[in-house]
Design a protein. Structure first.
Length: 292
């Protein structure tokens, strides 16, 4: 999805840019007039002052345009972080409500003396709570990512999809801005969820893995089924390519590849009967990028 602020502000930025160019070319025209059509010294002086003033004004407006673009980008990033944080809080509230329901179930089991069922039930609840807590703790420095993952986990659960997350990094040195990384990961997870919705329930499995080595972060999104046909392996990242018959614009994976390469990352598709379909991303750590 294209961020809203790009749509809202495109025309205002375009207008300012046109004004800057007009100022700049007007200044150049005045200087050319001075050079090609000499006049009395006073007129020449006025032309030089006017040309210089227009040039300075153009530089000032260009600087203001750059600052405005940066401010809008920062505002959008903060807005996304607030949305994801709010979504995470809502999910925690929902978990609290579920926890109260779990207590009622356990109390009911105690009353009827089903101790063997109670132990199994508590183990299942404990595993569910630990998974959410580990996710939040692991990505405490990137709440927008944690919020995104939790939302996608909820979507997957509602669709009967087994969604597992394996985090071995906190992404603390990830150099990709939150806005771009949310679009990358969101598109990959949406692609996986849409894909597994076409297969039987027992094959609806998605796995998200995040790890790191000395130089890079590695993110893998795997859906066990369906497999991507061999002839399509080279085309999935092309703009407009889609296997959906009457829906989809074929932009999701194209956006992923574009944004990954924008931040000096690499994306690779692997597909096998044993492991399923895996999209693998690698990003250099921010520290390494500064050294280079």
């Amino acid at each position: 999805m294209v961020p809203g602020f790009f749509v809202r502000k495109t025309f205002s930025f375009f207008s300012i840019a046109i004004q800057v160019l007009c100022m700049f070319f007007l200044g150049i025209c005045i200087f050319l007039r001075v050079i090609t059509k000499p006049a009395d010294s006073f007129a020449v002086l006025l032309d030089i002052i006017a040309g210089g003033a227009f040039a300075l004004l153009a530089i000032f407006m260009a600087h203001s345009l750059v600052r405005a673009v940066k401010a809008e980008a920062e505002t959008e990033i903060n807005r996304i972080r607030m949305q994801e944080t709010a979504a995470m809080i809502d999910m925690l509230r929902a978990q609290r409500h579920d926890f109260l329901n779990h207590l009622q179930v356990i109390y009911g089991l105690i009353q009827i003396g089903r101790t063997e069922v109670i132990k199994e039930y508590i183990n299942q609840v404990n595993q569910e709570v630990r998974e959410s807590s580990r996710l939040i703790t692991s990505l405490i420095q990137r709440p927008e990512i944690a919020g995104l993952i939790m939302r996608k986990m909820a979507e997957a659960e509602a669709a009967g999809i087994k969604f597992t997350v394996n985090l071995k990094t906190d992404l603390a040195l990830l150099g990709v801005p939150p806005l771009d990384f949310s679009r990358i990961l969101g598109n990959l997870l949406d692609n996986a969820i849409n894909a597994v919705n076409t297969v039987p329930l027992e094959e609806r499995i998605i796995k998200l893995e995040m790890a790191e080595d000395h130089d890079c972060y590695e993110i893998r999104v795997t859906n066990y089924r369906p497999l991507i046909p061999e002839p399509h392996m080279e085309s999935v990242f092309e703009k407009g390519f889609t296997t959906k018959e009457d829906r989809g614009e074929g932009l999701g994976l194209f956006i992923v590849k574009t944004l990954v390469e924008k931040h000096r990352g690499k994306v690779r598709l692997r597909c096998s009967i044993e492991s399923g379909t895996t999209f693998e991303l690698r990003f250099p750590k921010a520290v390494m990028r500064e050294v280079v």
